[in-house]
Design a protein around this ligand. Sequence first.
Ligand SMILES: CC(C)(COP(=O)(O)OP(=O)(O)OC[C@H]1O[C@@H](n2cnc3c(N)ncnc32)[C@H](O)[C@@H]1OP(=O)(O)O)[C@@H](O)C(=O)NCCC(=O)NCCS
Length: 190
Amino acid sequence: MLKAGHVYERFTLASGKKVTLRVLQWEDLDSLLFFINSLVEEKLGEPKSTLYTGFDRKVTREEEAEWLAQTLVAIEGGNVINMVAEIAGKIIANGEVAQGRYKDTRRHGQIGLTMIGEHRGQGVGRRMIDLLVRESRGAGLRSLEVEFLADNVIARRAYEKAGFKEAGIIASKVFRHGKYFDGLIMAREL
Ligand SMILES: CC(C)(COP(=O)(O)OP(=O)(O)OC[C@H]1O[C@@H](n2cnc3c(N)ncnc32)[C@H](O)[C@@H]1OP(=O)(O)O)[C@@H](O)C(=O)NCCC(=O)NCCS
């Protein structure tokens, strides 16, 4: 189990931007608030957004503080593997593996990973997924699953590259901007 603020990896993108992959910490509150509300704006305002579920309305600082406090407890309790990506002091992506809540699902993890639009497609997601897989294995997990919009080609490609296979399609799972979208579940053993 890793402590708040633990650095997994630092690397430089082709663009020259320096990326730090690390565990969340309490000092991230304001950066996280900006991050989450940028995603809310995208989902509410852009019909072509590839974001999955969640993000129904803007989050207040108090709500984000509550979420962060709970998440830090879950991280320190070994129930969640967390990883944020930071560029120039700002959080640009948040990823996690949530372990099953019951004794018999403890070795299964559910991935959630989201990135700010302007930083997508530059290889950060691949690095994060590979590291989340490595950390999950290290934590004794045996399987992982992830779910996103079926027409999200970047996500599909990123997870395929990391050894995930299509597990199923849930037709019309998401209704947004007057249209239905399919959900796609991908999974792998570790
Ligand atoms: C899904 C997500 C995490 C992927 O991270 P990313 O940093 O954008 O992805 P990467 O840059 O690592 O690219 C992943 C793969 O997609 C490819 N790709 C990138 N941009 C692409 C595009 N516009 N069209 C098709 N493929 C593309 C990359 O080339 C790479 O494949 P490769 O390794 O074979 O070259 C990120 O895009 C994201 O958060 N999107 C919005 C939220 C979301 O979709 N969440 C659901 C996932 S849980």
